[in-house]
Design a binder for this molecule. Structure first.
Ligand SMILES: *[C@@H]1O[C@H](CO)[C@@H](O)[C@H](O)[C@H]1NC(C)=O
Ligand SMILES: *[C@@H]1O[C@H](CO)[C@@H](O)[C@H](O)[C@H]1NC(C)=O
Ligand SMILES: *[C@@H]1O[C@H](CO)[C@@H](O)[C@H](O)[C@H]1NC(C)=O
Length: 296
């Protein structure tokens, strides 16, 4: 599969979710984990991300074994940037900084670069030595899920409904493939007609499956509350996006993030910390990958 390096923006929810299966055991992380072993690690990552302000890593599931899982295929962006970061880190301090930590830091730095909130990234994760195609297929939220399913999906991973909505706000940037939003585009009525007409020019009823559209059509490369404003105007791109404002229990949360963008920022940052600390491999479990794309 060819990675498309033209478009680096992608879905934050997916990026975040992927942390869930980078490892599975108890956490012993520290924000100063590399202070002695690789003191320049954070600045190397930040510089690399900064060079490409919209580097977003949709889908770290480009890790071997997961890269063709259906939610991910062709939506992986920016992995070349991770490779660049990894090779710089290997030059600076070989075998020290895990790919899982690179992703956690690059995610934070990308959000900051686009105008979003910052947070402290706890470090010391190790990389999984098994990657699973089937896990990627079942553990990433599907764009066809309804609200009930979304709430259950996140709840199963320990997230509240509010955290679900906050994390979905990552769709204030990034893109999705035509095949992911076609059913909504051609079959749903709660979609803004001007947006739909515009999307149809690049997403025909058949063909063009890989054509991309911005998840936030109004401010696609700014991390803001634009995603939520879109939802109240029926401008969600994916079915699963619009589900968050469709007369259900999350409408009020969406509205609250429009009314108070600072609350969105705080909740998003906290949810990202929670997600990336959920169940990392630490200690002697897992490994430090040499090449982020494959197991050593
Ligand atoms: C990886 O291996 C661990 C330990 O054997 C197992 O618990 C976990 O489910 C595996 N993960 C995947 C994604 O297969
Ligand atoms: C949501 O979708 C599931 C199937 O995934 C279905 O069983 C359920 O009835 C749906 N719920 C609503 C409220 O539409
Ligand atoms: C729209 O719905 C019809 C009937 O369920 C289905 O046959 C068709 O494939 C759907 N179209 C798209 C683009 O999903």
């Amino acid at each position: 599969m060819a990675l498309n390096s033209n478009s680096k923006r992608s879905s934050w929810t997916l990026l975040a979710i992927i942390f869930l299966f980078l490892g599975i055991t108890s956490a012993q992380l520290s924000s100063t984990y590399y202070a002695k072993t690789c003191p320049k690690a954070l600045s190397i990552i930040k510089t690399a991300v900064g060079c490409d302000g919209s580097v977003l890593l949709d889908d770290t599931s480009s890790f071997t074994g997961e890269k063709t899982a259906s939610p991910n295929i062709n939506s992986i962006r920016g992995f070349d940037v991770v490779d660049t970061i990894k090779s710089q880190l290997e030059t600076e301090c070989s075998g020290v900084v895990s790919c899982a930590d690179i992703l956690a830091v690059a995610a934070r730095d990308s959000v900051v670069t686009l105008g979003g909130p910052t947070w402290t990234v706890e470090l010391g994760r190790r990389d999984a030595t098994n990657a699973s195609f089937s896990a990627a297929n079942t553990q990433l939220p599907s764009p066809i899920l309804n609200l009930t399913d979304l709430i259950t999906f996140f709840s199963d991973k320990g997230f509240t409904t509010k955290e679900l909505v906050a994390l979905a706000g990552s769709h204030t940037t990034g893109q999705a493939r035509c095949v992911m939003f076609r059913p909504r585009l051609y079959n749903e009525t709660n979609i803004d007609s001007t947006l739909a007409a515009s999307l149809k020019t690049n997403c025909p009823s058949s063909g063009g499956n890989d054509n991309l559209a911005s998840l936030d059509a109004t401010t696609p490369v700014i991390f803001d509350s634009g995603y939520f404003k879109n939802l109240v105007n029926n401008k969600g791109l994916l079915h699963s996006d619009q589900q968050l404002f469709s007369g259900g229990s999350t409408d009020s949360l969406v509205q609250s993030y429009i009314d108070k963008p600072e609350t969105f920022f705080t909740d998003f940052a906290n949810a990202m910390v929670k997600m990336s600390n959920l169940s990392p491999l630490t200690g002697t479990r897992g490994e430090i990958r040499t090449n982020c794309r494959k197991i050593n």
